[in-house]
Design a protein around this ligand. Structure first.
Ligand code: KIV
Ligand code: ZN
Length: 396
């Protein structure tokens, strides 16, 4: 007998988008207020649970952006980032108070290397900072997230003490970031399992993953963290973010949806918005999306090889695991090139309104292959020219 997994609340993963904060921190990706409002609007419409709208203390522009986004957002919680500094926390609180539901997200480094070189503080001093800053944030707002920056390079015993302190002071979400993209899935999953098992008040908070892509593992690590008990994923559209970027929202969402059999979690994002959101973020950040990017790349639903095109024409599931329309792409595209076969060429001719006799077809196909060897892109116009030529010669 097969048992079907019934999703319950405990399987629901909260999607926290940080395109407007960590994404915007990519060198060269800064956005205007109007652009940020457009991005926030689509994130809100697509069902993102939490939008991290900026870092209010960073500049007056960032503060204004968080306030404005907070005022107009209908559904999503609006988060503002704050270092573990009273002025940062107060500024974040001031910005998110305009939201229907606001969150202060405060963080401090916990790893030995950060404590020594960045903060020049002892572990005990950092624990005191956590107590003071989380308490301060919690006095301003009910929804407080605390992050242990560089958690994956922090000794687990100390990390447990930090997490326990943050929860005792009222943090409702605990984020354990892989700040430098150093972890691997198995290790990241175990970190969440161990922290949740060892910290006595762990059940009072939602655990969150936040992964950078320095080793290309951000999405895999995020999903592993969820398997380890995390129920919030921090991510960005197109994986925009510091250095190699953050976990890509579109990849996380489609992995959860496509592989529900082995990733039995749900999220509230409507994937049909993914392509539009990707195009918008690419345009406003001026960061082009690579052609072969999963889900939203130009080639994500394009096929050139003859074998693949033939398979696709018979049944799209031969070479596609997702339907393009599910992510807002009109249709699969069969790109005509030197790898295309007769089946796809015939379909293309039919699309363009041509029906050739057998000899003419074989000759047109031969000439198309010659052309494709010489040209990187074979456009419909090229094929039309070639066929008209063939028809003219054939009729002489
Ligand atoms: O990568 C990181 O550690 C961060 C924190 C501020 C959450 O972006
Ligand atoms: Zn980050």
């Amino acid at each position: 007998m097969t048992t079907t997994h019934q999703p319950s609340d405990k399987d629901r993963v909260v999607i926290f988008d940080t395109t407007l904060r960590d994404g915007e921190q990519s060198p060269g990706a800064s956005m205007t207020l109007d652009e940020k409002l457009q991005v926030a609007e689509i994130l809100d419409a697509m069902g993102v649970d939490i939008i991290e709208a900026g870092f209010p203390i960073a500049s007056n522009g960032d503060f204004e952006a968080v306030c404005e986004i907070a005022k107009v957002t209908e559904n999503s919680v609006i988060a503002g980032l704050a270092r573990a500094i009273p002025a940062d926390i107060d500024r974040a609180g001031e910005a998110v108070r305009h939201a229907k539901r606001g969150r202060i997200h405060t963080f401090v480094s916990t790893s030995p290397i950060h404590l020594q070189f960045q903060m020049n503080k002892t572990q005990e001093e950092v624990l005191e900072i956590i107590n003071a800053t989380v308490t301060r944030a919690r006095n301003l707002i009910d929804d407080v997230e605390w992050s242990a920056m560089d958690a994956t390079r922090t000794p687990i015993d100390y990390l447990c003490r930090c997490v326990e302190a943050a929860i005792s002071c009222g943090a409702t979400t605990i984020n354990l970031p892989d700040t430098v993209g150093y972890s691997v899935p198995e290790e990241y999953r175990k970190m969440f399992e161990e922290i949740r098992a060892r910290v006595p008040n762990a059940d009072k908070a939602v655990f969150s993953v936040h992964c950078h892509d320095d080793l290309g593992l951000a999405v895999a690590n995020s999903l592993a963290g969820v398997a380890g008990g995390a129920r919030q994923i921090e991510c960005t559209i197109n994986g925009l973010g510091e250095r190699a970027g953050n976990a890509a929202l579109e990849e996380v969402v489609m992995a959860l949806r496509t592989r529900h059999d082995v990733l039995p979690y749900t999220c509230g994002v409507d994937p049909v918005y993914l392509t539009r959101a990707s195009k918008l973020v690419a345009a406003v950040s001026s960061f082009d999306v690579q052609y072969n990017k999963a889900i939203v790349g130009k080639n994500a639903f394009a096929h050139e090889s003859g074998i693949h095109q033939d398979g696709m024409l018979k049944n799209s599931e031969t070479y596609e695991i997702m339907r393009p329309e599910d992510v807002g792409v009109k249709a699969t595209s069969l790109v005509m090139g030197k790898h295309s076969g007769r089946h796809a060429f015939k379909e293309k001719l039919a699309d363009l309104g041509y029906e050739l006799g057998d000899n003419a077809f074989q000759e047109a196909f031969r000439r198309f292959k010659d052309l494709a060897d010489r040209k990187k892109h074979v456009y419909d116009e090229d094929i039309e020219a070639l066929v008209s030529d063939e028809m003219a010669t054939g009729s002489e």
